[in-house]
Design a protein around this ligand. Sequence first.
Ligand code: SOE
Length: 388
Amino acid sequence: MVMSSPRKQAAAVVGTGFIGPVHIEALLRIGVCVRGVLGSTPEKGTAVATQFDLGKVYREYSELLADSSISVVHITTPNRCHRQMALDALAAGKHVICEKPLAMNSVESRDLVAAAHRSAQVAAVNYNVRFYPVMLHARELIQAGELGEILSVRGAYVQDWLLYPTDWNWRLLPEEGGKLRAVGDIGTHWLDLVLFLTGLSIDAVFADLATLIPVRQRPRQTAETFKRKENGTTSCDEVTVTTEDWGSVLLRFAGGARGNLSVSQTTAGRKNQISLEIAGSQSALAWDSEHPNDLWIGYRNQPNQLLVRDPALLRGKARDFSSYPGGHNEGFPDTFKQLYHAFYEFIEDRSQPKLFATFEDGHRELVLCEAILASNQQGSWVYLAEPI
Ligand code: SOE
């Protein structure tokens, strides 16, 4: 159960788009003092500081890092800024939570892993989906051997917020978000989740990626993630898009298990659905974020089960990351709260389990992204130098 008693650490958040305020709200829920925020403009910083009644709007990143009253920096900027901001924060002696993907490419993410190793601070990547309580429960079941040997994994992450040629966001641009978009932005959530749950590593990938909407209307003023724009009110430029809207990826895991992942940001009606099914030699489990409190457990020789989240029914550590009784649903914002609970507990007590994604985990995702990109370009399987 997450308590909301005041914590020793205080935080500052960089970024005021869709996800920065999600970080702030979750931090306030667990009793972390959020001293202030840095936006891309003073106006954006002021708007978010006012919304959450924060004391400070930083003008520069250097000013934020010089603030000795904060010990943790949350980086929620476009991916392009992650590497330098995370390096500077670690060098300034701050703990770091960085949004995903961790960096623009694996050269950058390798630097970040090295910097995190050199420092005494804690560094995490914001893979929040791990913290749906039934996902932590699923991990406990798999670790206890209840699925038997993992044979196969399948699943998807699908959204619709980039369905129309008039939909625009910085993530569409490789110079802002990296060469991969749907795979980098949402596919890596799924891959991180599957590797976290199963403990498997990936040997090889085979990918088919497509830019289904190759030309989009780019508004002359900035557009925020998930924010709908009023029709006809903005002047636009026509832009050719090179990052993928859709992808299908086959996976070979070390040890022989097989998998497939499907990603799309252009599937009408699927607002933000991540789903998976893990099939083992004894039983299987399936989960769908549109029903985040339910875990399906499948059997060959007995009736299947539907576990409805209830702390009293969750195993081991999963129980510590579910705050409300059964029937009182927990969802997307709660995963941020639980992730920060794990992270801030770990800062104060290094004997706590590291359930959050580390910079090594973030680096692994970039290595996988590059293998997926290479596979799509070559039209063949790409084997990783070593299973990852
Ligand atoms: C946009 O695709 C996005 O905000 C992702 O960046 C998040 O990680 C996901 O939770 C929701 O969609």
